[in-house]
Design a protein around this ligand. Sequence first.
Ligand SMILES: O=P(O)(O)OC[C@H]1O[C@@H](O)[C@H](O)[C@@H](O)[C@@H]1O
Length: 264
Amino acid sequence: MHVQTLMMEGAPAVQLQGPTGDTVTVLLRGAQVISWVDATGVERLYRSPLSPLDGPQPVRGGVPVIFPQFSGRGPMVRHGFARTSLWEWLPADAAGAEPQLVFRMQHAAHETPLWPHDCACTLTVALVPAGLRMTLAVHNTGNSPLSFHAALHTYLEVGDVARSTLTGVLPQGEVLSLAEPIDHLFESVPGPFALRSPATALDLVHEGFTDAVVWNPGPQAVIADLPAGGYARFLCVEAASVGVPVQLAPGAHWQGSQCLFIAT
Ligand SMILES: O=P(O)(O)OC[C@H]1O[C@@H](O)[C@H](O)[C@@H](O)[C@@H]1O
């Protein structure tokens, strides 16, 4: 087990190596998991080579934390402020059976006039046997109720999205083909989901989150920080609470997690 801080292309990051040699790397900006390399040395997350890690734009790849607003569903900056905020790395158990890293972001009401709430968020990133678990927790530290969307916007490396399938988001075990572009919120889907693609086989399990967003822009979309053909390499399967925003009374806590398990 090994933890180190590092500069990754000019961006401060923390890297954790697990007992089997698997490694996860997290940027302090956004507490964004930017790499998850499994025990055989295979990178499981996609990251665009055209997206700088040192800001100021959101990083396209890994696992951006979406909070407190999903996409353009509200008056705030797209996908909320968490993904571009600086998070603090907290001491945590990096030596147990499930070594982990913990990051915290505190938000004060005056910082965001469009979302004037006090809250504290933590993201816990754990290397579990043949998997990665990410847990987002929100504590309402203010005196008024708050309402938010949250998602873990996971960019999975698939090799060729058109030859990928996802089971578990459609009813009755129907298999979702990813041969066409997709941007869809699947509401109230308990999972698990099975992703099968030329580059990966993953089982995705979520708790606390109610929904899943599946996104791939397809070949026609022009996205400045994505190279030509880049769309084919990834599929976003996002554990999300979007359809019905989470409501938190003063002092209350919420948490949602997403686990990525390597299927054998
Ligand atoms: O370009 P952004 O802000 O990172 O968003 C990427 C995509 O994120 C997805 O979650 C949304 O459903 C898409 O509509 C959006 O295009």
